[in-house]
Design a protein around this ligand. Structure first.
Ligand code: FMN
Length: 372
């Protein structure tokens, strides 16, 4: 049997696969089922102290593509393939008091599984910053193995929460530092992909003392408009607001973000999320330098917590390690980051006539005078 275990930011995991913070981890029964199914760890649905009231009607929908036409729609139909999930769900609508005894019970029943608490508070004043510490300490006291800071939810109204914090490198740094000052367990910062250069915010997180950076949360997006009804495919009384895109469509987008991150900070720890449903998908993140990966959309569509997904991930990793045994590989650590440095600038890619390409610039010195 191949050894699937790994240690990430000091947290021992039976395998590097976690359920990400989302509906699959919103309740005790889901988390228990997830551990029984074989997930190495879970990140709880984000816990906060502010009141949470979700929109009326469905909070998540799935966009599907037809094989024989360019039609994309959320309408259920046979033969269509999953393109993405779209959601405008807020953080957990359960209070910290609701979560606390459950976290303790889960950890006691599953000491060998990693229980990571996702937390979120505001950042506009000292009281809000103290809320981060209150959440962190409450979860730590119940035995949680690590904390994940939600600096990335894309649909918060408050300018001092979620991705609005994640877009501000100073706030990212301040929030991380405040939590690090209070917590003894590792702190992971989950960043938003909706910025120009995620390396800037990641630097803020590491300056604040983050033990790992997690990427990506969902990408800001809108549901499509139905050409017959002229309504957005998700709406409440005709109205919609931007939500988050997850699932297969974001795999290549999230990989590009991860590649920037692992190249900028080759010695730091990263957890990859976005579009993973098979080991082959996860392998991309490992080869770019991630020590763990997390899954949401695929698990939601597989009995709510992904029993078949985790089986495929674990079997795939075991098979991969065995197949590459001739290279001396025995565990995940042997191939983490192996393709990180294959992502280079355009100018480093060979072309038919090497001499003619100078990164898009004119020949050195003055440009050739125009003819005539
Ligand atoms: C319905 C739904 C709710 C989510 N809620 C949270 C949340 O509370 N906290 C958080 O950090 N991320 C949340 N996410 C983001 C996921 O954890 C994950 O980062 C994202 O869906 C990308 O992964 P995927 O492509 O596997 O879905 C949510 C995603 C969905 C679809």
């Amino acid at each position: 049997m191949a050894d699937l275990s790994t240690t990430f930011t000091g947290v021992r995991l039976q395998n590097p696969f976690l359920l990400s913070s989302a509906p699959p981890t919103e309740s005790e029964s889901n988390i228990v089922r997830a551990f029984e199914a074989g997930w190495g760890g879970v990140v709880t649905k984000t816990i906060g102290l502010h009141p949470v009231v979700n929109v009326l009607g469905p909070k998540t929908k799935f966009l599907r593509a037809d094989a024989d036409s360019a039609h994309l729609s959320m309408k259920k139909r046979p033969g269509a393939a999953l393109h993405s999930s779209w959601n405008w769900e807020l953080i957990s609508d359960k209070t910290l008091d609701w979560w606390v005894p459950r976290l303790g019970r889960i950890k006691k029943a599953f000491p060998q599984h990693a229980l990571v608490a996702s937390i979120m508070a505001g950042s506009g004043n000292d009281t809000e910053l103290r809320h981060w510490q209150e959440l962190a300490l409450a979860c730590e006291k119940e035995g949680c193995d690590a904390l994940e800071l939600n600096l990335s939810c894309p649909h918060m109204d408050r300018p001092d929460m979620g991705s609005n914090v994640g877009k501000d490198k100073e706030l990212v740094s301040i929030v991380t530092k405040v939590v690090k000052e209070a917590a003894r367990i590792p702190v992971w910062a989950k960043l938003t992909p909706s910025t120009t250069d995620i390396v800037v915010e990641a630097r803020g997180a590491f300056l604040g003392g983050a033990d790992a950076v997690v990427s990506s949360n969902t990408f800001t997006s809108l549901p499509l408009i139905d050409a017959d009804t002229l309504d957005f495919e998700v709406n409440v009384e005709g109205l919609v607001s931007t939500g988050g895109l997850g699932g297969p469509a974001i795999l290549p987008l999230s990989l590009a973000k991860m590649s920037q991150l692992t190249q900028a900070f080759p010695d730091k720890s990263f957890s990859g999320i976005g579009g993973i449903s098979t080991f082959e998908h996860a392998l991309n993140y490992f080869l770019l330098g991630c020590g763990t990966v997390q899954v949401c959309t695929a698990a939601m569509l597989d009995h709510a917590i992904g029993p078949n997904i985790i089986k495929g991930l674990n079997d795939g990793l075991a098979r991969f390690i065995e197949t590459h045994g001739d290279k001396g590989w025995t565990k995940l650590d042997d191939f983490i980051g192996l393709r990180r440095d294959r992502v280079v600038a355009q100018s480093k890619i060979r072309r038919a006539d090497e001499k003619e390409y100078r990164g898009g610039y004119e020949r050195e010195g003055y440009a050739e005078p125009a003819a005539g």
